[in-house]
Design a protein around this ligand. Structure first.
Ligand SMILES: NC(=O)c1ccc[n+]([C@@H]2O[C@H](COP(=O)([O-])OP(=O)(O)OC[C@H]3O[C@@H](n4cnc5c(N)ncnc54)[C@H](OP(=O)(O)O)[C@@H]3O)[C@@H](O)[C@H]2O)c1
Length: 260
């Protein structure tokens, strides 16, 4: 029995990865994780492949314990049980400077975007063998420090750095690991990000990609075992700029861009 573990499956990129997985028969069952159970039930009725809706708040460590227990139980019942695909797509950002954020908001961002990604990976890896695939959703925001998206950008830099080193640790094990770094994607992300005391700190300077494009491209990049999927030319330029330009220069350019 091969399962796909997909977090953030109730919406946006996570939901699209679940669709991709069903279309490509990448697993025998999809474990779809997010807080909104009704959305996960909808996904279950939409997809041709079996879906197990798992409503959990991943910012809460108890949820990770529960999931670890569920995987151990399955493994005990069926020694051939394995995770063939892990997608860590649950995550959110909040627009605003440090002064616009509550402590609860920044803590939740770090808990979900960083700790939950690491915990999910730690839980999944013992059940993953040769031919397994790991997709960690970082962001183009990970390439540089971004005032007005400070904690979010830093949390995604964490995901990208963590994923690169993990990939190195897993070399020779036949596990394909990719950090996905999209720019704006048409999902519920921006609605959630604007819901702060100063949600228009960041406007909308780039055209939006579709979730379908990001998922198809990133799964191609992962299939050739490439470490970073940038998903569009602007994201690629941001990646290169980060390597050659000083951070203050990039932040001043961003100060202008985020107001457009
Ligand atoms: N859209 C963009 O422009 C963009 C660009 C670069 C990177 N990203 C990254 O892409 C990933 C997916 O975001 P998206 O664009 O698809 O946004 P989205 O449509 O808002 O999806 C976010 C997903 O995360 C889940 N989630 C949020 N809080 C959670 C929690 N505490 N526990 C469990 N699940 C939780 C949500 O489900 P529930 O609300 O049902 O829990 C939802 O399924 C995120 O990591 C985001 O940072 C997005």
């Amino acid at each position: 029995m091969r399962i796909a573990l997909i977090t953030g499956a109730s919406s946006g990129l996570g939901r699209q990865y679940a669709r991709w997985c069903a279309d490509h028969k990448a697993a025998d069952e999809i474990w779809a994780i997010a807080r909104r159970q009704e959305r996960l039930e909808e996904l279950k009725s939409e997809l041709s492949c079996p879906v197990r809706p798992i409503p959990l708040d991943l910012a809460d460590t108890k949820s990770l314990d529960e999931l670890e227990h569920m995987l151990a139980e399955e493994k005990a019942k069926d020694p051939s049980f394995e995770v063939s695909l892990l997608v860590n797509a649950a995550g959110f950002g909040k627009f605003g400077t440090y002064a616009d954020m509550t402590r609860e908001e920044v803590d939740k961002m770090v808990d979900l975007n960083c700790r939950a990604v690491v915990d999910m990976t730690q839980i999944a890896l013992p059940c993953m063998g040769k031919g397994g695939h790991i997709i960690q959703i970082a962001s183009s925001a990970s390439f540089q420090p971004l005032p007005g998206l400070n904690v979010y950008a830093a949390s995604k830099a964490f995901v990208r750095s963590y994923t690169r080193a993990l990939r190195f640790e897993l070399r020779g094990k036949g596990i394909f690991v990719t950090a996905v770094c999209p720019l704006w994607v048409k999902t519920e992300f921006i609605k959630v990000a604007r819901d702060t005391r100063n949600g228009h700190t960041v406007n909308h300077p780039f055209p939006q990609l579709t979730a379908e494009h990001v998922v198809n491209w990133s799964m191609f990049v992962n299939s050739i075992n490439y470490p970073i999927a940038t998903c569009c030319i602007t994201g690629f330029i941001m990646r290169i700029a980060d390597k050659i330009l000083p951070a203050p220069l990039i932040m001043w350019a961003w100060e202008g861009l985020r107001r457009i």
